[in-house]
Design a protein. Sequence first.
Length: 60
Amino acid sequence: MTKLLMVKGVPADVCIQCGEIYYTVDAAKALESLENEVLKGSAKLTELDNAYDVPLAAAH
Ligand SMILES: [Zn+2]
């Protein structure tokens, strides 16, 4: 079963030319560490219908 991980408040940019969404380096790193926390089971998750709502700590 595939689970979706929904993360709010991720800063991202959109390419004006092709519309592709890409993350800042800080955001990408934060998502990567968050993914690791989720895999380890140490992240605090709020289960929604078919997704998880994860509070993302502010990236510094
Ligand atoms: Zn582009």
